[in-house]
Design a protein around this ligand. Structure first.
Ligand code: CP
Ligand code: NVA
Length: 319
C-alpha cells in the first residue's frame, strides 16, 4: 500500500515525444551524459525493466535501446506491436498503465504519434511517474536527433556547433523535424529543401525558429547545400507510406544527395543519413560510402545517445 500512495504523489515524468521536450538545457545534459565513459554512470536501471514496444520494424533503434538499458544495469523487454495491440487489443492508455506496473521507462515506436500522447497523458492522469520515450513516430524521431547532434559535436567540437549550417535535402518528415529542432536548440542554422508539397508545415517552421536558429525553407537543393557544413537526407518513402512510393520517387527526382550536390557544400562538409539508406534514390552510393560520410558514426552514436537519455530520465546520472 505504501508504494501505491507514493506513486500517486509523484511529480509527472518528463516524456520525450520529441527532442524539444528536453529543452536546450536538458538536451545538453543528455549529450554530456552520452559522451561520458559508461563506467562512470550510476546503474540507475539496476533491477528495473524498460519496455521497448515496436509497431514498425527496426534495426538501429531496437539494438541500441536494448544495449543502453543493459549498460545502466536494467532489463530490456522487446515487445512487437501486435503482442500488446495498441488500440486493437486494448486502448493505448491501458497498454501504458499496464507496462508501467513493471517498467521504469516505456520506449515505444508507433504508427500514429497520437498513441504516444495518449499513453503519456494516461500515466500523468494516474499520477504514475514513468516516462514515455518516442522511438519514432510518423511525426518525430528524437532519439535519432540526439545521436545526430552527438555526431555533429564529434565532427565540429562540442562548442563548435553554434553558427554552423546544416542542410537537409528531401522529405520534411519525422527525422527532419526532430533534427531541425535539435540543431536549432544547439544554435545551428538549418536549411531544408523539399519538392512542393513535401516541405515543413508553417507550425513546424515557427517551432524550429522559436529556439533562435535560422531556418531557410526552399524547393532548391542547390540553394540549401551552398556552403553548408553538413548535408543530411533520409528516405523519400517512410515506413507506413509504402503505397505512395512510386508517386514519391517521381516527386523527389532531382533531390538526391550526390557528388554534384556535395560539391556545392563547404569543402570539409560531412554527410549524414539516419539509415536505412536507398543508394541511387535519396543518396548516391559514392556519397554514402564516400570519405565525407559519417553515417556509421551516427549509427554507433545511437547507443551512446540512448544510454545518455535513459541515464538522464532515471536521475542518477545527471551531471
Ligand atoms: N535510424 C533508425 O531509426 O533505424 P531503425 O529504423 O533501423 O531503427
Ligand atoms: N523517415 C524514416 C526513418 C527511418 C529510421 C521512416 O519513418 O521510415
Amino acid at each position: 500500500m505504501a508504494d501505491v500512495r507514493r506513486a500517486a504523489a509523484s511529480p509527472p515524468a518528463v516524456h520525450v515525444l520529441d527532442v524539444d521536450d528536453l529543452g536546450p538545457t536538458g538536451m545538453a545534459e543528455v549529450l554530456a551524459l552520452a559522451e561520458r565513459d559508461p563506467a562512470t554512470l550510476a546503474p540507475t536501471l539496476a533491477g528495473r525493466g524498460v519496455a521497448l514496444v515496436f509497431e514498425k520494424p527496426s534495426n538501429r533503434t531496437r539494438n541500441s535501446s536494448e544495449l543502453a538499458v543493459v549498460a545502466l544495469g536494467g532489463h530490456p523487454v522487446y515487445i512487437q506491436g501486435h503482442e500488446v495491440g495498441i488500440d486493437t487489443r486494448e486502448t493505448a492508455a491501458d497498454v501504458a498503465r499496464t507496462l508501467a506496473c513493471y517498467h521504469a521507462v516505456l520506449c515505444v515506436r508507433v504508427l500514429d504519434h497520437r498513441s504516444l500522447e495518449r499513453m503519456a497523458a494516461a500515466l500523468d492522469r494516474a499520477g504514475v511517474a514513468v516516462p514515455v520515450v518516442n522511438l519514432l513516430s510518423d511525426r518525430a524521431h528524437p532519439c535519432q536527433a540526439l545521436a545526430d547532434l552527438l555526431t555533429l559535436r564529434q565532427c565540429f567540437g562540442a562548442d563548435g556547433l553554434a553558427g554552423r549550417s546544416l542542410a537537409y535535402v528531401g522529405d520534411a518528415n519525422n527525422v527532419w523535424r526532430s533534427l531541425a529542432l535539435a540543431a536549432s536548440m544547439a544554435g545551428m542554422a538549418t536549411r531544408v529543401a523539399s519538392p512542393p508539397g513535401y516541405g515543413p508545415s508553417g507550425e513546424d517552421v515557427a517551432l524550429v525558429r522559436s529556439f533562435g536558429g535560422e531556418l531557410l525553407v526552399t524547393t532548391d537543393p542547390a540553394e540549401a547545400a551552398a556552403g553548408a557544413d553538413a548535408l543530411y537526407t533520409d528516405v523519400w518513402t517512410s515506413m507506413g507510406q509504402e503505397d505512395e512510393a512510386e508517386l514519391r520517387r517521381a516527386a523527389f527526382a532531382g533531390y538526391a544527395v550526390d557528388e554534384e550536390l556535395l560539391g556545392r557544400a563547404a569543402p570539409d562538409a560531412v554527410v549524414l543519413h539516419c539509415l536505412p539508406a536507398h543508394r541511387g534514390e535519396e543518396i548516391s552510393a559514392a556519397v554514402v560510402d564516400g570519405p565525407r560520410s559519417v553515417v556509421w558514426r551516427q549509427a554507433a552514436n545511437r547507443l551512446h545517445a540512448m544510454r545518455g537519455l535513459l541515464a538522464w530520465l532515471t536521475g542518477g546520472g545527471r551531471p
